[in-house]
Design a protein around this ligand. Structure first.
Ligand SMILES: [Zn+2]
Length: 706
C-alpha cells in the first residue's frame, strides 16, 4: 500500500515534465541558407552576466555604453523568460530558444541535448569566459568554435576580494589574441575570414551582484570596470582591422538580479536586461533625441524593446548566416541599415527557418497520430504550407520585396503559433488523465477507509446477486467495461508510438478507478449510511466547502490572496460544525481571531522584497511572551502534580533563553550587514549551534532530566 502510494506520486511528479516542461528542440531540421548580403564581416558579443536593465538605465556608471546607445547605437530592454539563470539566458541569446526547466535539472555543465547555435553557423567563433557557460556552446564543435575558459571557483579569482579579476582575465585574453595574431600567420588567416564571432562572457557582475548586491558602491565599481573594458576591447579590435567599419558590437546580459542579489524567478529586475548594439550595419538615428522619461537621460528614439530570443536571428542576419534551426526569435529589421531587397530577404530567411522547424514538428506528430483522432493546426495545414511557401518563392523570383516582407511576417506568425500548438499537442489529454488518476487515487483510499469503517464484506454473495443492470451482475459489467478501456488505451499509445511513460499515464487512472469502484456495494452502503447520519443540507454544505477550499488552495499559486478564503472558512468552521461543541468557550473566539489575523498575511508583500528585521524581532518577542504566559498560568499551577510538568518548565525556560540569544544574534547581524561590516565569526558559530544542535540538545537534556 505504501509503495503503491509512493509509486503513484512519483508518476504524478514526473508527469509535470511531460505536461509542462517538454524540450522545445525539434530534431533534424535543415538550416536555411540566407540570400541577403551581410552588413558586417564580424560580430563581437559581450554578455555581462547578471546585469539588469535597471542598473544600466538608472545609473550613470556605464558612461561609455550609455553614450554609444544614445548616439551611434541602438538600445532597449531584452525581455528574458524564467528560469532567469545563466544557462537558459545564454541559450536564448545565442541559440534563440528558451530552454525548458528540465534541462536545468539534467545538469548545468553537461549538454542534455545537442542544439544549433549562432556560433555553430559561423566560420569561426572565439569564446572567453567561465567554463560552465563557454562549454555549452563549444562542446562537439571544437573544429570551428574555440573556447578559452577559466574556473570561477579558482582561488586566484577570490570573489570576496575583487570580482573585477574575472573580467580582467577575459579582456586581457582577447587583447592577447590580437597581439599574437600579428606574429602568427595561421591565426591571422582565421581572423581575416568573414562570418566570425568573438564572444566575451563577463562573469564579474554576476558574482559581484551575489556578494555585494546591486546598488552598492562595490557593484557600481564593477560596472564601471566592465564599461572601460568593453571600450578597450572595441579599440583593440578596431585597430587590428584598420577601422574597416565591418565590425558590429552587441552588449547584453543573460538575466537580471534582484535588489537582494538573487535571480531565477520572474521579478521585473530579473527578467529585464539591457542590450546595446552598435557598429557596422546598425540603423543609426540622427536627431537631437528625446530623453526617455522613465530612465535617466537615455534616448527614447534609440530604444527598441525585444525578446531575448530575438537577439539570435539579429546576429545571424548581421553576418548573413543561417538562423539557428531551433530559434523562435524574430529578427527586428528596424535595427539594421539595409536596402529594401536585403531587408525582405533577411525577414524571408527568418520565416523559412521558422517554417522548416514548424513543418518538421508537424510531421513528427502527424506521422504517428491516428488519423481519426488527429487534429491538425488548421491555419497552416500541409496544403496551406506548400501553397504559401511556393507563393513566397515566386515573390523572391519576381523581386516583389514589399509583398515578400508582408507574407514572410505572416509565415513567422503562423509558424510560431503552430509550433506552440504542436508542442502542447498532448498537454490537454495528459492533464485530464493525471486529474482522473488523482481522483481515482482519492477514491481508492476512500474505499479502503470505508471497508474498514463500515465493515462491508467485499465478497458478500448477497450483494453480488442483487446488484444487476439489465440482468447482468454489475460487478461483471464493470470488469468488462474497464477491460475494454485498458485494451483501447494500450492500443492508442502503441499505435501512436508514444513514449513508454504514456502507457502508465493512460492505464493508471483506469486501474485506480477499477479498483476503487469494485465492489460497488461498498459505495452504495456508504452512501446509505451517510444519509442516515447527516441531513442532505449539511452534506451539501460540507462538500461545497471542501471544493471551494481546494480550488482556493490551487489558485493561490497564481493569486496569493486566494489563501485567505480557506482561512476565513476555518474561522467560522467551529460555529457551523458539530466539533465546535466540544471546544472550550474561551478557545472558540481565540481560534476565529487567529484565523482572521492569519488571513491578512496573503495581502502582505512577499518575503525578500524588503527586509523588515524589526518584524522578525517583534514576532520573536511575541512568541517569547506566549511561552512565558503559558509556563506561568498553566505549567506552574500543575508542577506539584507531576515530574513531567517540572521538566517542561525547565525546557521552556531554556527555550526562552535560546530565543533571546537568537533574536539578539539576528538583530546585530542585520545591522552589521547594513553597515557593510563582515559577518562576525562568533555570532556565526552561535547561530549554527542554535540551528543545528537545537534538537540534539533537547534530546540530551530530556534524557538527563529523566
Ligand atoms: Zn548569469
Amino acid at each position: 500500500m505504501f509503495f503503491v502510494g509512493l509509486f503513484i506520486h512519483l508518476i504524478f511528479l514526473f508527469s509535470i515534465f511531460d505536461i509542462y516542461f517538454k524540450s522545445p528542440i525539434v530534431k533534424d531540421v535543415v538550416p536555411y541558407q540566407p540570400k541577403h548580403e551581410a552588413v558586417a564581416d564580424r560580430l563581437v558579443l559581450f554578455i555581462v552576466d547578471g546585469l539588469r536593465a535597471e542598473s544600466f538605465v538608472n545609473y550613470t556608471t556605464m558612461p561609455y555604453m550609455r553614450s554609444v546607445a544614445n548616439s551611434i547605437g541602438r538600445w532597449g530592454i531584452s525581455n528574458t523568460q524564467v528560469p532567469t539563470e545563466s544557462r537558459p539566458g545564454h541559450v536564448a541569446v545565442i541559440a534563440g530558444f528558451y530552454e525548458d526547466p528540465s534541462a536545468v535539472a539534467k545538469g548545468w555543465k553537461e549538454n542534455p541535448v545537442d542544439f544549433d547555435s549562432v556560433f555553430n553557423q559561423t566560420k569561426h567563433t572565439w569564446c572567453w569566459g567561465a567554463y560552465d557557460i563557454v562549454n555549452i556552446f563549444t562542446k562537439g564543435h571544437d573544429d570551428h568554435i574555440t573556447g578559452n575558459v577559466f574556473d570561477p571557483y579558482d582561488s586566484s579569482f577570490s570573489t570576496s576580494q575583487n570580482t573585477t579579476l574575472l573580467d580582467a582575465w577575459v579582456f586581457h585574453s582577447v587583447s592577447d589574441l590580437f597581439l599574437s595574431a600579428k606574429k602568427n600567420e595561421e591565426e591571422a588567416d582565421k581572423l581575416s575570414k568573414k562570418k566570425i564571432i568573438f564572444f566575451l562572457h563577463l562573469l564579474g557582475t554576476d558574482t559581484s551582484g551575489h556578494t555585494h548586491k546591486p546598488k552598492t558602491p562595490n557593484f557600481l565599481t564593477q560596472l564601471r570596470y566592465v564599461d572601460e573594458g568593453i571600450k578597450e576591447v572595441e579599440k583593440v579590435i578596431r585597430e587590428y582591422y584598420g577601422d574597416d567599419g565591418k565590425t558590429t558590437f552587441l552588449m547584453t546580459s543573460d538575466h537580471g538580479m534582484t535588489d537582494w542579489g538573487s535571480h531565477g524567478s520572474g521579478d521585473d529586475h530579473e527578467t529585464q536586461t539591457p542590450y546595446v548594439v552598435w557598429g557596422a550595419g546598425i540603423n543609426t538615428i540622427y536627431n537631437g533625441g528625446t530623453s526617455d522619461p522613465a530612465t535617466l537621460s537615455m534616448s527614447l528614439d534609440h530604444r527598441l524593446d525585444l525578446n531575448q530570443a530575438d537577439l539570435a536571428p539579429l546576429m545571424s542576419t548581421i553576418l548573413s548566416i543561417p538562423v539557428p534551426v531551433n530559434s523562435i526569435g524574430e529578427v527586428r529589421i528596424e535595427l539594421l541599415n539595409m536596402t529594401l531587397s536585403n531587408k525582405a530577404l533577411a525577414v524571408y530567411s527568418n520565416s523559412r527557418q521558422l517554417a522548416a522547424q514548424y513543418n518538421k514538428k508537424r510531421l513528427d506528430i502527424e506521422t504517428d497520430a491516428i488519423s481519426y483522432i488527429y487534429q491538425p493546426y488548421n491555419p497552416l495545414t500541409r496544403d496551406k504550407y506548400d501553397e504559401i511557401i511556393s507563393f513566397t518563392e515566386k515573390l523572391v523570383l519576381e523581386e516583389n520585396f514589399e509583398q515578400l516582407i508582408l507574407f514572410s511576417e505572416e509565415i513567422i506568425r503562423l509558424s510560431l503559433a503552430g509550433l506552440r500548438y504542436y508542442h502542447n499537442y498532448y498537454q490537454g489529454p495528459l492533464l485530464i488523465l493525471v486529474t482522473l488518476s488523482f481522483m481515482g487515487w482519492i477514491a481508492y483510499l476512500l474505499k479502503i477507509v470505508l471497508t474498514q469503517k463500515i465493515n462491508v464484506d467485499p465478497g458478500s454473495p448477497n450483494f453480488k446477486r442483487t446488484l444487476r443492470f439489465y440482468g447482468v451482475p454489475v460487478t461483471e459489467l464493470l470488469n468488462i467495461i474497464f477491460s475494454i478501456l485498458c485494451f483501447t488505451s494500450f492500443c492508442i499509445v502503441c499505435v501512436q508510438n508514444l513514449p513508454m511513460q504514456y502507457y502508465v499515464y493512460f492505464l493508471m487512472p483506469i486501474l485506480l478507478w477499477w479498483y476503487a469502484l469494485s465492489p460497488l456495494h461498498v459505495w452504495i452502503k456508504a452512501i446509505r449510511k451517510l444519509k442516515e447520519n447527516k441531513s442532505t443540507y449539511t452534506l451539501f454544505v460540507e462538500i461545497i466547502s471542501y471544493i471551494v477550499g481546494s480550488f482556493a488552495m490551487g489558485l493561490s499559486f497564481t493569486y496569493r490572496w486566494m489563501l485567505s478564503i480557506p482561512l476565513l472558512g476555518m474561522a467560522v468552521w467551529p460555529f457551523m460544525s458539530s466539533s465546535g461543541k466540544h471546544l472550550n468557550k474561551k478557545l472558540l473566539p481565540a481560534w476565529s481571531c487567529g484565523c482572521l489575523a492569519l488571513s491578512i498575511f496573503s495581502f502582505m508583500p512577499v518575503v525578500g522584497k524588503n527586509v523588515y528585521i524589526e518584524l522578525v524581532v517583534i514576532a520573536g518577542l511575541f512568541w517569547l511572551a506566549m511561552i512565558a504566559i503559558y509556563t506561568k498560568s498553566v505549567l506552574l499551577n500543575k508542577r506539584k502534580d507531576k515530574d513531567e510538568y517540572r521538566r517542561e518548565i525547565i525546557l521552556n525556560i531554556i527555550q526562552m533563553v535560546l530565543l533571546i540569544i537568537s533574536l539578539q544574534n539576528i538583530y546585530v547581524q542585520s545591522k552589521r550587514f547594513d553597515n557593510g561590516t563582515p559577518v562576525s565569526t562568533w555570532y556565526q558559530i552561535i547561530a549554527w549551534f542554535i540551528a543545528g544542535k537545537h534538537n540534539n540538545f533537547f534530546f540530551l537534556l530530556k534524557y538527563i532530566l529523566q
